[in-house]
Design a protein around this ligand. Structure first.
Ligand code: PHE
Length: 373
């Protein structure tokens, strides 16, 4: 006869033990009889079904009916029993699934498989890789560095002295709990890829030509043109007799490679603590071709704000003060010179693909991303 849960009257340890053993034996016996999917379901419902499964009944008939002084002991017993029964049910499921697939009942390999879309390269990563490849073809090698950086590499060694107002230009996210450390050792999220300039010069003697892709962070609220996380591509070339002419020629070539040979470049004076002189590179607007106007009725061109020029990156000749920090590794500012540049991959991707909201790159909406596949 099928097992049923009966009311308990005797709550002594021995009686509880006996009732639990009986219950478990019944469950084990029944589990041995599971042969089909339907039987597995019946078995599972009968023992662990929410509404009237054996476990629920045991709860009602044994636990709720227990006298006060026996409640604790009965609770412990019932919990043990529950665990064992759940194990039996799970084991029955595993054994059933195994034997079913061993018997070849469940897998029909002639049916079409589950199609997993393989995805596509993200437009920002694609942009970054294309730009990096342009510099690799010029003989640059790729360098990388940590995203969690020290104050020393992110600021001090790049000629931003402690407390210098130039630090205000890069609103920084700091790692908490660093106050006990000396300022130069405190950790922050790097605000640019420039710290990898110093890190690489510490390891490699000149001449060097490196390109550095990576993630950076700034304390900027997200909007159509800002994001607290974005991507940069940095470059550094150091050798004897590197001139501003080399910088201009290299970047002009890179922009023509990337945006097309009709693009023009223009360098305008700027300031960065770690380059002197410094410049911003503008390219002729790739949307309006430099006219500042669009369409037959001469509508104002938005990406270039009617100017015909778009700012694309910061650059300059490596400041001698930066070389001082790596002088011992062959970077004597009297003997070597170099140039550096840094650009935002996200902004370049916006321009290249004509996207008007930076946030679209980070929301992970497949309908947007699919367009770049
Ligand atoms: N690191 C600068 C920035 O993020 C860009 C830059 C890099 C400027 C290298 C000059 C040289 O704004």
């Amino acid at each position: 006869m099928a097992y049923t849960v009966s009311k308990l009257t005797d709550y002594s340890a021995a009686a509880l033990e006996k009732a639990a053993a009986e219950c478990l034996r019944a469950c084990a016996d029944e589990s041995a009889g599971v042969g089909s999917d339907a039987e597995l379901k019946t078995f599972r419902d009968r023992w662990v079904g929410r509404k009237s499964g054996m476990l629920t009944q045991i709860n009602d008939l044994w636990l709720k009916g227990a006298p006060k002084n026996a409640k604790r002991e009965a609770g412990i017993r019932v919990n043990e029993l529950k665990t064992r029964i759940q194990e039996l049910v799970e084991r029955a499921r595993v054994v059933h699934v195994d034997s079913a697939s061993a018997a070849g009942e469940r897998v029909d390999i002639s049916l079409p498989g589950v199609h997993r879309p393989i995805g596509a390269e993200h437009p920002v990563i694609k942009t970054s890789r294309e730009m990096v490849a342009i510099f690799q073809r010029l003989g640059y090698s790729v360098a990388e560095g940590p995203v969690v950086e020290t104050d020393y590499y992110n600021f001090e060694s790049l000629n931003f002295p402690p407390n210098h107002p130039a630090r205000d230009t890069q609103d920084t996210l700091f790692i908490a709990g660093q106050q006990a450390k000396a300022q130069r050792d405190r950790l922050l999220l790097r605000t640019h890829t420039s710290p990898v300039q110093i890190r690489t010069m510490e390891k490699m003697r000149p001449p060097i030509r490196i390109v550095i892709p990576g993630i950076v962070h700034r304390n900027d609220p997200p909007d159509a043109s800002h994001s607290p996380m974005f991507h940069q591509i940095e470059g550094l070339a150091v050798d004897t007799n590197i001139t501003f002419g080399d910088l201009k020629g290299t970047l002009d070539h890179a922009m023509k490679e990337f945006f097309g040979s009709s693009v023009k470049t223009s360098f305008r004076p700027s300031f960065f603590p770690f380059t002197e002189p410094s410049a911003e590179l503008f390219i002729s607007c790739i949307i309006c071709g430099g006219s500042g106007k669009r369409g037959p009725d001469d509508a104002p061109c938005r990406p270039c704000k009617k100017t015909g020029w778009i700012e694309i990156l910061g650059c300059g000749m490596v400041d001698p003060n930066v070389f001082e920090f790596v002088k011992d590794n062959g970077y004597d500012p009297k003997k070597v010179s170099g140039f550096a540049f840094g650009m935002g991959a996200d902004r370049i991707a916006l321009l290249k693909y004509g996207v008007d909201d930076l946030q679209l790159f980070f929301q992970g909406d497949v309908r947007f991303l699919r367009q770049f596949a």
